[in-house]
Design a binder for this molecule. Structure first.
Ligand code: TYD
Length: 210
């Protein structure tokens, strides 16, 4: 199993229904035979995080917006301390289904929390380690809504859900996509084709870091 000089940190980002977990599985299938690889997720990549994820997703306990962000940040800090940083130090490739940009977009853009506070807390939780590469799966709010409905995910009313998703896609397009470490992928393309594109970029990056 190959390791790399410094390890590589990859995040997969996008709104719900954009195909993040499918892309993570494809990348895992293509890389895991050759490379020492950790595929993980936020929220819920650690034991502490699994509890936080349940609390965050169950929505049966009132959680204010600041507290919600701090719970995602708590999950992130533990994830970095327990999973991500040790793996990178061992020269592994780490692929995370969501990371800091989800907070920036969902809590910052979606819920109007202060972006600079989110950036500061994110960086603190991550010990200033930014992802080497972010795959942003771009999809329209309408298409994501359709996919989520097919998956029987509990949804708010169409108008409410679509309005929030529009905010999120705007957030990804303005805050995330323009950064140089971000590769935007067309989430409407065939999953194999999306995986091929992502794999080609990742392969190049791995070669540069061997
Ligand atoms: P996710 O694990 O992608 O959902 P799924 O259950 O479909 O696998 O994410 C769970 C939810 O958490 C998703 O709606 C996005 C949200 N989220 C934030 O709002 N902020 C964050 O920082 C993160 C990591 C997730």
């Amino acid at each position: 199993m190959k390791t790399l000089k410094k390890g590589l940190l990859i995040a997969v980002e996008g709104i719900d229904g954009s195909g993040k977990s499918v892309l993570c599985t494809h990348l895992k299938d293509r890389l895991s035979q050759k490379y020492d690889l950790v595929v993980t997720k936020e929220p819920g990549g650690t034991m502490l995080g699994k509890g936080l994820r349940e609390t965050l997703l169950a929505k049966d306990v009132p959680v204010c917006q600041k507290a919600e962000f701090l719970l995602f940040a708590t999950d992130r800090a533990q994830h970095f301390a327990q999973v991500i940083t040790p793996a990178l130090e061992a020269g592994k490739i780490v692929i995370s289904d969501r990371m800091a940009d989800s907070s920036l977009v969902y809590q910052g853009y979606g819920r109007n929390l202060d972006i600079s506070v989110i950036n500061t807390v994110n960086n603190w939780a991550m010990n200033d380690r930014q992802p080497d590469l972010v795959f942003y799966l771009k999809i329209t709010a309408q298409e994501a809504y359709k996919r989520m409905r097919h998956r029987n995910i509990p949804l708010n009313s169409f108008e409410k859900e679509i309005a929030f998703m529009h905010k999120l896609t705007d957030g990804f397009d303005t805050l995330v996509a323009p950064r140089p470490n971000v590769v935007t992928l067309d989430a409407l393309a065939e999953t194999e084709q999306v995986a091929d594109q992502a794999f080609a970029v990742l392969k190049k990056l791995i070669e540069q870091n061997q």
